[in-house]
Design a protein around this ligand. Structure first.
Ligand code: CA
Length: 232
């Protein structure tokens, strides 16, 4: 029997947990919830869910500690639920291994889209996908070709690497520091300026209106997110 994905909600505010559970039920996901960090860690270990929705502000254990514990023993994807004002928390959570975040208050459409993207990305990490396609934009890493409206886009080596990295993680936000480390290496100063300059150049080349990008979005104070891959 092919069971629907099971999602563990770790959230101490019962009304929010119930709200999320009802959204998940409506989308035919199975769900469980824990209202404390201890209970969440126990359920994560015993259920081995397909995905975890984690509130960072729990009464007993700091959310970051939960991410660390879960990621040290499993690769269960984690979407962090955070308050709007805490940008640095989102960055820290992502850098510690969380897969994505969603900001309170959120609607059901946004939550479900994040869950779908996260589950899809998680399944995909085992297969390799060499073609990224979104609207009029294509990256074919086999042929090492980047096309906009069927015309080749001329990129520098760094710009190409940046686009490949973002497309491998399409639909997910990548933090500034994780991008810098992957492109320039661990000894690069955590200086976002060089990344911003490269992204501005990329946008001039691939976006019709660089001020209103449709391919690579800025997550202010956090990082960049590439639109989901239409090629699957
Ligand atoms: Ca809370």
């Amino acid at each position: 029997m092919n069971l629907n994905p099971q999602i563990l909600i770790i959230e101490d505010e019962k009304n929010i947990a119930m709200y999320i559970a009802s959204i998940l039920r409506g989308a035919s996901y199975r769900s469980e919830f824990a209202t404390s960090g201890i209970c969440g860690l126990n359920l994560a270990a015993s259920l081995c869910p397909d995905l975890i929705l984690l509130d960072l502000g729990l009464p007993d254990i700091y959310g970051f500690e939960i991410i660390e514990k879960i990621k040290s023993s499993s690769d269960i994807p984690i979407i962090v639920i955070s308050a709007r004002t805490k940008e640095s928390d989102k960055v820290k959570a992502l850098d510690m291994g969380a897969d994505d975040y969603i900001t309170k208050p959120f609607g059901s459409g946004e939550l479900l889209a994040r869950i779908r993207a996260c589950l899809r990305h998680h399944q995909k990490t085992t297969r390799s996908c060499t073609v990224y396609k979104h609207l009029n934009f294509t990256i074919d890493t086999d042929k090492r070709l980047v096309l906009l409206n069927e015309e080749p886009v001329h990129l520098t080596q760094i710009e190409y690497k940046l686009l490949c990295l973002l497309s491998e993680n399409a639909g997910k936000v990548m933090t500034y520091s994780s991008i810098i480390e992957k492109i320039w290496g661990p000894f690069m100063d955590d200086n976002n300026q060089i990344l911003r300059v490269n992204m501005a150049n990329i946008r001039r080349k691939i976006e019709e209106n660089p001020a209103q990008p449709v391919h690579v979005f800025t997550e202010i104070g956090v990082g960049y997110r590439m639109a989901e891959n239409d090629a699957g």
